[in-house]
Ligand binder design. Sequence first.
Ligand code: GAR
Length: 200
Amino acid sequence: MRNIVILISGSGSNMAAIVRAAEQGRWAQCLNAQVAAVLSNRSDAQGLDFAKDHGIPTQVLDHKAFASREDFDAALMAEIDGHAPALVVLAGFMRILTPGFVAHFAGRLLNVHPSLLPAFPGLNTHQRAIDAGCRFAGATVHQVTAELDHGSILAQAVVPVMPDDIADTLAARVLTQEHLIYPQAVAQFLTQSPMRSKRG
Ligand code: GAR
């Protein structure tokens, strides 16, 4: 079985969309894949309860308990490696990852970002899109590389920016699209990669 490890920091709605897609699409039978664990850097991440309710092991690794970014990433890497993942999915994981972490999971590390990359990498994407007068905004699923919010694009979705939008209303419209394209991109990634698990 190929293991998927999902990393969250907050509400975890993208993680929930992927878990639901795995259940409804019978990924275990059809793709030889399962969501093996949900990890969070915050103990108050609401998504942890959803994962537990769906029988998925969870683990919290508080970044504040580590002296440096490198120490945290090393511990996180070890925790993830314990699941021998075929795929690591960042789903609202609000941490900048060290180059060593990214290199370790290169080719099996995906992220969803709430903009039409390469526009608006980084934070506050919705306000920046509104301020720039964009008529369209959206979301991008991409491979993670050492450069923040770069890496090859696997999927995108476009939404209109309405004249009365504020960041929150635009974010909500974009998020509904993330819930569609992220599970699809994960399933497509699994379909296109070898069926073997990391343990062989
Ligand atoms: C999503 O909009 C995701 O694109 C964004 O955080 C939100 C998490 O929502 N990620 C980033 O901004 C990463 N830089 P969720 O926790 O409900 O999935």
